[in-house]
Design a binder for this molecule. Sequence first.
Ligand code: MIG
Length: 818
Amino acid sequence: MEDKILNTELLINKLLEEEEEFHHVNNPAADIKPVIKKYLGVPNHAEQLGNKIYFTDGDAKVEVVVVTDEIIRVRLAPHGVFLEEFSYAVPKLVHKDASFILLENESEFIVSSRVVNCHIRKKDFFISFSDKKNHVTSADAVPMHWEENVKFGGYYVFCTKVCEPEESFFGLGDKPTELNLRGKRLKNWNTDAYSFAWNQDPLYRSIPFYISLNEDIAHGIFFDNTFKAQFDFGAEDKTKTSFWADGGELQYYYIHGPHMMDVVKSYHILTGTHPMPPLWALGYHQCRWSYYPEAKVRKITKGFRENKIPCDGIYLDIDYMDGYRCFTWNRKYFPDPKKMISELAADGFKTVVIIDPGIRVDDNYSVFKEGKKNRYFCRRSDDYFMEGHVWPGRCQFPDFTNPEVRTWWGGLFDELVEMGVAGVWNDMNEPAVFGAGTFPDDVRHQYDGFRGSHRKAHNVYGMQMVRATYEGLRTIMKNKRPFTITRAGYSGVQRFSSVWTGDNVASWEHLQLGNIQCQRLSVSGIPFCGTDIGGFSGEPDGELFTRWIQMGTFSPFMRAHSAGDTKEREPWSFGEPYTAINRKFIELRYRLIPYLYSTFWEHHRYGFPILRPVVMQEQDVLMNHFRQDEFTYGDKILICPVMQPGQTSRKVYLPKGKWYNFWTNEMVDGGQEVTVPTPLETIPIFVKAGSVIPEYPVMQYVGEKEIEEVKLNIYYSDYEANSFLFEDYGETFAYEQDIYLEKKFVVNGDSKKLTIQQSMEGLYTPRYEGYHFTLLGLPFKPGKIVADGKEITDFTTSKEKITEFKFSKNFKNIEIFK
Ligand code: MIG
């Protein structure tokens, strides 16, 4: 842009010079200035209207809103007129009793909340933020600026901030590049990116939210703008961080930390969290393009049960439909889908079906007919229909930004639900169009009454599609939790869906990339994420597949998927020893379901991500800003996937504190790198001292058997540590009526004693009666165990020094003495 403008400027100056040689008589055109970037001038005025404060340079206006103590929103109106407030990302701007004051001194205006100060410099309209110790965390490097968009109207809008020498950057969703975004320039424009490569940009999702970390203080910037947007983290000029968009408003939220976790939690206050998933969705999912006909599907599901490999989800990709027409069935392949789905369900499989946005232009097809009659399909600027080719052939596309269309779309799922379908997979919703890539810019959208071209709606199209899907399913399924998965998304998509990282490749490099992408999505507000285990395109060998299953065991969402032109790709496809190892890890996934589910609750209720990069654990250690292999799964279990072939050992960094090697129960001091053996059978897994890790018995699918007891693995520590367990029905929205149980465990020990306390809150009563306690890492041989005042005589201690006993789930206090 810069170049273009300079050139225009030169050209016009030249023209003006030339023109001066002529004499103009009454020619007003000679005075019209060319379109150039304009910067905010000098703020001469501050005015408070309710909780909004306005500053103006006489023409442009800046609005500052204190949203919470930690969140301040800034908006710019180039000629003083703000757009009407509307955001798909932020459904409701909460003002959590945010009190603030407006101050003024010689050099600046200051809007001050209880936590943050927003400074508006009088000299030049620079905006900066500081904490209560007057430490500046974010500062403009130039004033906010804009440029008129002659072709479409509105403005290109720009914000440029100072980039500090040691500042690191995280977030932005699914970017396939290093975790730390320092030195990169990235673009948000949802794109179908088949077999994407390292550093390819953009991919499927647009999450205009980043976290900055500098001198141990984190803050976030959420640039809530749906237009094509770019971020530059010191790439063009290492002293500057910029973000800009092709249209819309320059509107961003400054989110104060000081910890990265605080920033993520506050971001979730704005954009919402993921609803509790149905418990089965935390199991293993098997997918492929495509399992058909019915006999094939049954062969696969039978394979799981015969091989005793747990599995909950089975997917039908596009070939289940009749000519790829959404909401139809190919009756040759699937003569009686209802019967098939119910028989699969009886065997513990939930069926998930794909639904794409493209609706075949076909006057004999009811979905097309309804959409046409009701004018639900997108149109071009001159009122032609938006037509393009996708799988069904020539298609039109519902305008999911229209609430009426969303309601209609949601209702279309009733037949599928009636047949027993448990989940829906939304693909191609960037939206993808063969040949053209996506829709042209001039396509019109209703945009919930706020109207816009595709330039404005493109990045939210997929999110609104999966929203329509989720809301429709929720209505039809009554009180049952739907499961949805989407490829495209925008900030806030987590309120409606899980995501997968799209069409990856069966390579070791992609295993690494997947690891980074899941961590990045997690800190970007998208907790329920996973990769296509094994790689979508290409052929993994047994080793790569097994390493991927091992990593996927610790992805919040665990699904194997592959393209149709690849070899069979089930967990037993590679023979031994791979099958046994894959089974062992998928079983581990199931054992840890209560732990994952509790972590999910922490996300849903409190806004914590499920996966947490090491830098989030210890942001004060500069080295950690560059670590991207290790992550924690919840806050108790640290994982370091093996991402290279033939690797027999690897270095793992453990944050400070004490950790137990999950495989050997050996205790290791954190705050250092340790070398861990990595035979194919294991990957490095460490559990934090003091953790209580709940465990279910291995089942072939969630709910296969009644749970008779829950195992509590208790890792000794000589300092106090808390753990949580969340329990509820696992499939209804009763938790919204507070029907659940939140248990808290407090573990503390010394050289002669370990105590475990439990407290509970909530209205739910699980059906099992007791816990099976497993104590690990005790520094003494237990002589006496007292539970709620009663002595337990029936305990064992193995030669591996593991002590086991049973007691009631309602215990309050257990003491283990030397
Ligand atoms: O043009 O439905 O990313 O998971 O299997 C390809 C077929 C369309 C792309 C998805 C992939 C899916 C495939 N789809």
